[in-house]
Design a protein around this ligand. Structure first.
Ligand code: SAM
Length: 295
């Protein structure tokens, strides 16, 4: 077991930043969605690392944060193995290091996981400064239940792998959230309609927080049809409702009860059928009495 070290110091005008690796979230569109804390950390960190150094530089310029003489290191999927030791060495040297992915929250369909593991392995403090992420933004506007959701990231590229993955997700009792590319949207929606069912409510959330933000809501069947003949651009999240609970066929309950009553008491037959069919025991008990079962 490991117990994370506490950390202190917001940086910026409010004092120095404590040693540690800081993951900051950056805007997914609107530049002013950066948090004040993320700006403080960007202003005070000893070393900056970014998936895309140009994007981070630009964001800092917009918000008037000078880089000064501080190092700005590229850290992305293709150079992680080479860049990680440098960042870990800086941390071991007592420096504060901030990491930003290109947009949104690091590690959410973005680099950062291996860096986090490396910091944890060296018992270095790891601190998250939360903020924008397309998953949460889409859940906020999709109009679908948010009590439980599963973030499925990007689906696989080939139709067969995509269909297999969707099949695994079909019965998950949670709202499903997918990141999607505009080029593949129509094909994915068609596969979703075929595998998850065309009647499921869903939402296609495009260009969130940006000028051409748009949310299309409908069933998977309707959305698949609309986007089959519509060319779209931009960034996309698809949110899909969970499968509707199966409507219980009253005849199925009666058949199960009559069979159970041939060998069990009303109480035991009701308990058995309620458990097997996932219905309320009280209702089944009453039905068993109506069918002539003896208490
Ligand atoms: N780390 C990011 C986050 O926290 O959301 C996600 C990075 S992932 C490489 C990029 C994908 O996120 C896009 O292809 C799209 O599916 C989704 N995305 C990012 N920004 C978005 C936006 N403004 N509107 C809709 N989807 C967005």
């Amino acid at each position: 077991m490991t117990i994370g070290q506490s950390h202190q110091g917001p940086g910026g005008d409010r004092g120095p930043l404590a040693k540690g690796l800081y993951f900051i979230a950056t805007p997914i569109g609107a530049a002013r969605d950066i948090t004040l804390r993320a700006l403080d950390i960007l202003g005070a960190a000893d070393v900056l690392a970014a998936e895309d150094t140009r994007t981070l530089r630009h964001l800092m310029e917009i918000h008037g944060i000078p880089l000064g003489g501080r190092p700005l290191v590229a850290y992305h999927d293709h150079n992680g193995d080479a860049a990680r030791p440098r960042l870990i060495a800086a941390l071991k040297d007592g420096k504060s290091v901030v990491y930003a992915s290109e947009a949104g929250t690091p590690l959410i369909a973005d680099p950062g996981f291996q860096l986090a593991r490396a910091a944890i392995a060296e018992s270095l403090p790891l601190i998250a400064a939360p903020g924008p992420s397309a998953v949460l933004c889409a859940l906020g506007v999709a109009g679908l239940p948010t009590d439980r959701f599963l973030f499925a990231g990007f689906l696989p590229n080939t139709t067969s792998a995509r269909t297999r993955t969707l099949g695994d997700l079909r019965d998950v009792p949670a709202t499903l959230v997918f990141y999607e590319s505009p080029r593949r949207l129509a094909r994915s929606l068609a596969d979703m309609a075929a595998t998850l069912g065309p009647a499921r409510p869903a939402a296609v959330c495009r260009e969130l927080t940006k000028r051409f933000e748009e949310v299309s809501r409908g069933t998977l069947g309707e959305l698949a049809e609309i986007f089959a003949s519509r060319e779209v651009k931009g960034e996309i999240v698809v949110v899909v409702d969970r499968a509707a609970p199966e409507v219980l066929d009253a005849d199925a309950v009666d058949r199960a009860l009559l069979a159970a009553l041939s060998s069990l008491s009303v109480k035991d037959a009701a308990a058995d059928v309620a458990r097997r069919l996932g219905v309320a025991r009280r209702d089944v008990y009453q039905r068993a009495l109506d069918l002539g079962g003896k208490e």
